[in-house]
Ligand binder design. Sequence first.
Ligand code: ADP
Ligand code: MG
Length: 875
Amino acid sequence: MQYREPIITLGRVLAAEQRGGCKDQATAQGLDHFLADWQAAHGEALAEPAVRSALELLTDYRAQTLSARYTHIQRAITGLRALFRPAQQPTPSAALALEHEVAPRADAPSPPHTTQQADASPPPPKTRTRKPKTRTSAAPLDPKPAFDLELSDGLERVPGLSRTDINAFKRLGLRTVEDLLYHFPHRYDDFSQQQGIAHLVVGSSVTIVGEITDVQLRGGPRPRVEVVVSDESGSIKAVYFNQPWLMKQLTVGRMITLSGKVSTFNGLRQLTSPAWEPYMPDVESLHTGRLVPVHPLTKGLIERNARAAIKLVVDAVTPKVPDYLPAAVRTRRNLLPLGSALAQIHYPADAAQMQRARERLGFDEFLFIQLGVVQRKLLWQGELGYQLRFMPELHAELQQQLPFSLTAAQRRSLDEIFGDMAHPKPMARLLQGDVGSGKTVVAAAALLQAIGNGFQGALMAPTEILAEQHYKGLKQLLGRVAVPRSAAQASDENAWQAELDPEEAARLAEIKAILGMSEADDMEGKGVRVALLTGSLGARERRRVLEGIAKGDIDLVVGTHALITESVRFHALGLVVVDEQHRFGVEQRQRLRDKGFNPHLLVMTATPIPRTLTMTIYGDLDTSLLDELPPGRQAIRTRWVRKRERDKAYRHVRREVEKGRQVFVICPLVEESETLDLPSAEEMYEQLQGTIFPDLRVTLLHGRMLPREKDEVMVAFRERQYDILVATSVIEVGIDIPNASTIIIEGAERFGLAQLHQFRGRVGRGQHQSYCILISDKDDNEATKQRLEAMEASTDGFKLAEIDLNLRGPGEFFGTRQSGTPDLKIAGLTDTRLLHAAREEAVAILEADLQLAQAEHALLRQKVEAFWAEAAKAG
Ligand code: ADP
Ligand code: MG
């Protein structure tokens, strides 16, 4: 054909004008002007009847009515198109086919992908009669129409889902319509901004509407269909590999919508396998031209099918999803109804609606958690506990014994604790304080009050070393404080002793001997009796200690998990303190509580946790905060150095040792690793002792040693028999060696911020200036860099924890998942506002209906129970 290019140009302008609503805005100076120019330049083209006819139809366009413009433009375009494809007509229905077609049903009310007139081309002379594809798997498996779906229906009932799709969904754990409804997109591609082709920027995600002006099938090992799509501003090539059948659907002259990412090939912009749909101005699009949801997929599941199936489900069931949230709460918090939120989370109308949907569903997640934890708290505290009278003289005596005065934060926390214990309901409190903030003495003061009131105390630590450390410290401190042995005997301090028969007296003497109490320690029987219960106790001693605990001769037991896993019976357990709580699960806590009748519970943690996480993991505890370090501490100086600078670090070590200080060296691995370029603890030990510091005393500690061996090493190091301790991460928690002034952390990139901060807390515990040296070459990794730089910049555990949470996400926050911690699909742990709102509402709901037994809470109760059952499974 002659004049091909000018005619295409003319056609494009007319198509653009039509798309623009025939408002005479497609060209700068109006269509009349354009046509006159065009005719002047390409007058010969009038030889083509279709061209002449088009110009005639559009004469004096500006003066034409809108409907006349529509009709004329349509006819003009049709005629011009005919010039390019005289024999061939597109079949809109074929072009509309999705990979898996749904056979249209006469009874179905316009579901999301029924056939529609696709574009402005004239109806083909004969539409191919549509029949279900021969692939039976694509046919609906159930005759039930889509709009009759129930939440509990199996996926087999979702029309249009093939067996393959259903199996793929099953692998994702999705079995029912409801499961699918809660299978939220993990991201959205923003194809909502439609753009002119000329303005497309490489690398951006775009949506364009245009006319197919050329289609080619190219052979080769990977046959590809190349489609040129044009709009008034320009053209772009779209390429599809291995889909030759697209030749039938993507025919020249069709108007289509494409969504995808702009790339380049040989310097030209191109779309590779963009999502496409026939351009249908009035029909909601699914895959293009909007915020397109991207759902988590699995092998064998095609995004397009998943999206179509989920859309069907969303349309069918969201209008009738019952909302479990009490209407009052919804109104008060201005939340979307559940159905709308579920619809909008999958297929948001726009970004604002998506945000509101996330808000509603995130609120629900927080609410379920808070209902669970607040209920647990209220139920515990609904039981009767011990009312422990505050004994000021005892507290004063303790303070007398301390070589320092309590910090304001310690006093404030103690006021809160004493206040709790004075009430006849069991305390459930978390004492949060950065490493070195002085939690132990707070625990000691609380324990002393319980003991003074005639009860026993228990303190649990995560390791034997820590238990032993606490035992020694507490024995020394509390052993020197006189307590009345029981409330009844308080009036006559010596009466109880006189009443003992000789057998009892002998038993007591033996226990005191086991506890290592001299006559002086015992203060004539009045000092607090502290026992250590660990695996290293001999059988006979152990039996004696257990007996002493059962009889009430022992006031305070310090131990590890063994305190709850074994059959320790208490005489009158009044207060339980759990140190370094994150090693203990919720269930263990409960078990310990079950042992005593209803003891008060104080949980201590040095893991600085952002407030939101506290309210989730420890939501059943009230919180006290030690936000102040004892005075006189010097900030630890932290440096990140590269491996080649180790020499400098070692020179520093030597200087410190010469001053009489001690040094920790932490290595991530115990043994040599073939794959990692990291020194193991063993290698490091060899190297330091053998080559670098042959004249210094170096020792080694790692997790594969027996507890007793570890103990021996720690004790020897504490007693300054060594200068340098090479250790794996077993050193992490609680160890208190004030003379250690430097910690070197090898392979620092392998540790999380929270853990690095814990390691660093091993130094700076005395009056010496302390140092932390992080060794890592990983400066190419952005996240690592940020972590190590954060360590250099801050010694504030809470600030570091926030940074860590942002860098790593809550799932990895602890390195491992907290047992029994629910998984959040939508809510972000940094969303404090939403969390607080949920907490408030949970408290309000439970105060009115603790068991969620009222009819209006029936649905909510089911949801909460299901949510926690899920969490228990996952944890
Ligand atoms: P953590 O909170 O990490 O368990 P510790 O209880 O082990 O901290 O206390 C760290 C060190 O600070 C201990 O040596 C302790 O004796 C000391 N300490 C605690 N409270 C004070 C205080 N108010 N003033 C001075 N030193 C204190
Ligand atoms: Mg501690």
